[in-house]
Design a protein around this ligand. Structure first.
Ligand SMILES: NC(=O)C1=CN([C@@H]2O[C@H](COP(=O)(O)OP(=O)(O)OC[C@H]3O[C@@H](n4cnc5c(N)ncnc54)[C@H](O)[C@@H]3O)[C@@H](O)[C@H]2O)C=CC1
Ligand SMILES: O=C(O)[C@@H]1CCC=N1
Length: 266
């Protein structure tokens, strides 16, 4: 697979790392306006670095766009004359609707909208995808790329904003929970390093329990909460302080914001 990542910033570089570690390309082009910070990546086999998007498009079949929303339209216009029927376009751009992409380059192209997260760099992204009517014919290509870099699911485009909050912003939400747990552990007397190790591994253990058992979280909670014990004491105190409620309110705020951003992109 000849893959170009157009816009190699935070997300683009995470995708590049995932592709390189998993050996999931034959040729990989990484583009950026100022390539200085990514030049070292040219040391990997068959990785080309350029600021010339058209060159990357001409030499690749799969185009993954990871630029800020405000830059996307201009980039699409600038490459539209070199797009051909071989190209599959995969956008990761938040709030940028497929109809908007079609209005710039036409409906005839294979267009896929995706929402990965930065854990794609370690092969652990949950990536949601959807396509235009042409793109649906190539959705398997997108799913197979993203399945090598984690788990992917096809969802209706209407749910893409919600998926962005839960899956992409979700990385930041879970990081904050891990950090707060670490701070609690430090207060209980652990050194920062071991405190973070304990918080991370417990988080990983909890998620793995659910992934592997298919159980509901409350079933696993019941196994931990000894009647009259310390776990239920702590959990109830967290809930009195609004743990679940504050998480849900944060998710809804994030969703409202993404809808606002998305409207201004239309
Ligand atoms: N960061 C994240 O966790 C996620 C980001 N997204 C979306 O991915 C997109 C990129 O986000 P980030 O990586 O965080 O942004 P970023 O600002 O770190 O990266 C964007 C990159 O695009 C480059 N760029 C700008 N104009 C260009 C051009 N004409 N040609 C080539 N490269 C150009 C910039 O130099 C920059 O390196 C955004 O639309 C964002 O909404 C989606 C899911 C997760
Ligand atoms: O915060 C943002 O707006 C983008 C979308 C999801 C992750 N980063």
């Amino acid at each position: 697979m000849k893959i170009a990542i157009i816009g190699t910033g935070n997300l683009g570089l995470s995708i590049a790392k995932g592709l390189i570690v998993n050996n999931a390309y034959t040729t990989l082009y990484l583009t950026k306006r100022n390539i200085e910070s990514i030049e070292d990546w040219a040391a990997y086999d068959n990785v080309q670095i350029t600021s010339n998007n058209k060159e990357a498009v001409k030499n690749c079949d799969i185009l993954i766009f990871a630029v800020q929303p405000r830059h996307f339209e201009g980039i699409l216009k600038s490459i539209s004359d070199v797009l051909t029927e071989k190209h599959v376009l995969i956008s990761t751009i938040t709030g940028f609707h497929i109809s908007h992409i079609e209005s710039i380059i036409g409906k005839q192209h294979f267009i896929i909208r995706s929402m990965p997260n930065t854990a794609i760099s370690v092969g652990k992204s949950i990536t949601c995808v959807c396509g235009n009517s042409q793109g649906k014919k190539r959705i398997d290509i997108a799913l197979s790329i993203f399945n090598r870099l984690g788990v992917s699911v096809e969802i209706p485009e209407e749910q893409m904003q919600a998926a962005t909050v839960i899956c992409a912003s979700g990385i930041a939400f879970w990081m904050r929970l891990i950090r707060a747990t670490t701070q609690g552990a430090i207060q209980l007397g652990f050194e920062a390093e071991i405190a973070q190790e304990m918080a991370m591994q417990t988080c990983l253990g909890a998620a793995t329990l659910l992934v592997e058992s298919g159980n509901h979280p409350e079933e696993e909670i019941d196994r931990v909460t000894t009647p009259g014990g310390c776990t239920i004491e702590g959990l109830n105190e967290m809930e009195h302080s609004g743990l679940s409620s504050s998480l849900i309110k944060g998710i809804v705020s994030s969703f409202n914001k993404i809808n606002q951003i998305s409207k201004s992109e239309l």
